[in-house]
Design a protein. Structure first.
Length: 301
């Protein structure tokens, strides 16, 4: 049995999607020319209205591509968690419908999946940092000490291949965190708190495409701060926050790339994570930032 055929019994791929038909088609085509082409690929169509369901007919010659169309839109975060309900393989990989993949080298990942010893494999990330520590087996705390942004990379849905059982063990906490838009982080944070080992692929396979989402600073800060409360320790929450918004927590909260004032509610939530010196510095720093936003001329398109 060749490797491509063998892996199909060990790994299920799931793609939650909503109204991104062309992105989804591109993603499916990438996987059909990959070493994972024989794996069952479940497309969880969240009651799309753009004709996404018509793709099922287009891919009917591929019996391993299974379209599941929700009768109602249950929200993107619930749709992510529902992925674990499909397939029965030991491992599951939940991916975005709009990201980019490099399958030029996957041997090490396939080897780890075949071994079945580790519960988590990191294979992707955002593209604003160099992929490092490839080929390593580390705990999250060890990875953070080596400047591997474990929390930031984990926030990218396509970053992680999970043991299905471990994902299911943390499913309730995932549903509890739906309103913070990072439901899968319940699983990743359990690895951090339990100091479990995970594998980092030698090469970055999945690359997060930034720009297809409509998130703003206020939502991102609020969701990330809220998710931090899955961690019991206050110091760990600070590490968690800083790992996403690398650098000064105050500066990144105010000056992140979307350049939008954040709400009082989000500020209050973020302040619960800040250290005492930061809490003192924030009311001094923020008024100047606020005034600069008010008087700064808007750029013409």
């Amino acid at each position: 049995m060749d490797t491509d055929q063998e892996i199909k019994n060990l790994l299920t791929i799931c793609i939650p999607t909503y109204n991104r038909k062309e992105y989804l088609k591109h993603t499916l085509d990438q996987f059909l020319s990959s070493p994972f082409k024989y794996c069952n690929i479940y497309v969880l169509n969240n009651a799309s209205t753009d004709g996404t369901d018509s793709l099922a007919e287009e891919y009917k010659s591929f019996p391993n591509i299974i379209f599941i169309t929700n009768k109602y839109n249950i929200g993107g975060n619930a749709n992510i968690l529902r992925c674990v309900e499909y397939g029965d393989t030991p491992y599951i990989w939940i991916i975005g419908d709009d990201d980019i993949y490099d399958f030029s080298y996957t041997d090490d990942v396939i080897t780890e999946i075949k071994k079945g010893e580790l519960d988590l494999i990191h294979v992707g990330a955002h593209t604003d940092k160099e992929w490092k520590n490839g080929g390593s087996i580390l705990t999250p705390r060890e990875a953070l000490k080596q400047d591997y942004p474990y929390f930031k990379y984990s926030s990218f849905i396509g970053c992680s291949i999970y043991k299905r059982k471990v994902f299911c063990d943390n499913l309730i906490d995932g549903y509890r965190n739906i309103f913070n838009s990072y439901p899968h982080m319940a699983v990743l944070l359990s690895f951090y708190e339990n100091d479990n080992k995970f594998y980092i692929s030698k090469r970055q396979i999945a690359k997060a495409v930034v720009g297809n989402q409509g998130y703003d600073t206020d939502n991102l800060v609020r969701w990330w701060c809220g998710t931090s409360y899955l961690l019991k320790n206050k110091k760990d929450r600070r590490i968690f926050y800083s790992n996403q918004f690398a650098g000064s927590r105050i500066e990144k909260m105010c000056k992140w790339k979307y350049k939008k004032l954040i709400s009082k509610e989000t500020i209050k939530l973020a302040l619960t994570i800040f250290s005492v010196p930061e809490k003192i510095a924030f009311p001094i720093y923020y008024p100047f930032y606020y005034l600069s936003k008010l008087i700064r001329p808007s750029k013409k398109k």
